[in-house]
Design a protein around this ligand. Structure first.
Ligand code: SF4
Ligand code: ZN
Ligand code: ZN
Length: 313
């Protein structure tokens, strides 16, 4: 039997990459402490800042919200209802889980209901405007980004926290490295500084493996949506994750090394412009309709998407 390194009790989670096994109680304690360490290490936010937590109803975002609340940070949750009806009402189901989570802990959850607010669901917007495979995801990315910025500004949150874990970050890194997208590599950071019209964006779970955030959620009785969004099927991100998992099996710790040595190399100036994460590209102007910063002239991409004048891709 594997034993907990702290108390010698029965281990619940084994983390080969850290050469560490912990029992239920000590694993949860470790997870909370490590999150706080990451928040400090990358100077994500301070006690007096209000944090908007983007909540999808999945294990990562609910685990993140749970930990931030336990650590005593002031948080507001944001659920963006995308109107995805496939997979037995995916959006309704994940909203219900997010609401149950918030209610049980007395936390405040804001909901942006995309179909009610803009008259169309993500799949409907995609069918109208986008071409190509995974078209829902390209539309979804624009809408989520807009909605998160909008909610952060409206609710007075200077910080937006998302539940991205190490598997997510390593998959993105792998993709950006394959194409050597230096711009994207420069912007891939645990913290993206605030700029006019944009909150600071932080990823406090970026050093945890996906199985660790799942373990935290399960061991803490958090009910979350198990299924991936039906539109994620066959995505590059899932393919990359599967590849990296194979690598991890052969050589435990390789995912963590891949990501952390990248951050270290960048901090040492490997990509010329150096340590601090570049902020959002400087906006040239503000959208005349929604007021968010935009790099294009006239209406921003989101507003063109919603009013029907934007052909995507
Ligand atoms: Fe949106 Fe695509 Fe993610 Fe589904 S898989 S939530 S459609 S980006
Ligand atoms: Zn223990
Ligand atoms: Zn706009």
């Amino acid at each position: 039997m594997m034993r907990c390194k702290k108390c010698g009790g029965k281990a619940a989670v084994q983390m080969k990459q850290h050469n560490l096994a912990l029992c239920r109680e000590h694993f949860s304690e470790w997870f909370v402490e490590q999150t706080e360490r990451t928040i400090h290490k990358y100077r994500m936010f301070k006690r007096d800042e209000r944090v908007l937590v983007a909540v999808s109803g999945g294990k990562d975002s609910l685990a993140l919200w749970d930990v931030l609340a336990k650590l005593g940070y002031e948080t507001v949750g944001l659920y963006i209802h995308l109107g995805i009806e496939e997979a037995e009402g995916y959006s309704d189901h994940s909203l219900a889980l997010a609401q149950a989570f918030a209610a049980a802990r007395g936390l405040r959850l804001e909901v942006t209901h995309v179909p009610e607010r803009y008259g169309e669901s993500i799949p409907q917007m995609a069918a109208r405007t986008a071409r190509g495979r995974h078209r829902a995801c390209s539309v979804c990315g624009v809408v989520k980004r807009h909605s998160m910025n909008e909610a952060a500004m409206r609710l007075g949150c200077g910080v937006l926290a998302t539940g991205h874990n190490l598997d997510d970050e390593a998959a993105v890194l792998f993709n950006n490295t394959l194409s050597w997208s230096v711009d994207m590599l420069l912007r891939q950071n645990p913290v993206l500084p605030e700029s006019p019209g944009f909150p600071r964006k932080v990823k406090p779970l970026c050093r945890f493996y996906e199985r660790e955030s799942a373990a935290y959620a399960i061991l803490n009785g958090i009910e979350y949506v198990y299924e991936e969004c039906p539109h994620a099927v066959g995505s590059t991100s899932l393919v990359n994750k599967a590849l990296l998992n194979q690598l991890e099996q052969q050589s435990p710790g390789s995912k963590l090394r891949f990501y952390s040595t990248f951050l270290k190399a960048k901090a040492q100036g490997a990509f010329a412009s150096g340590a601090e994460g570049n902020a959002e590209p400087p906006p040239l102007q503000f959208c005349p309709s929604c007021g968010q910063p935009t790099t294009t002239a006239g209406l921003c991409l989101f507003c063109r998407l919603v009013d029907g004048s934007a052909p995507q891709e």
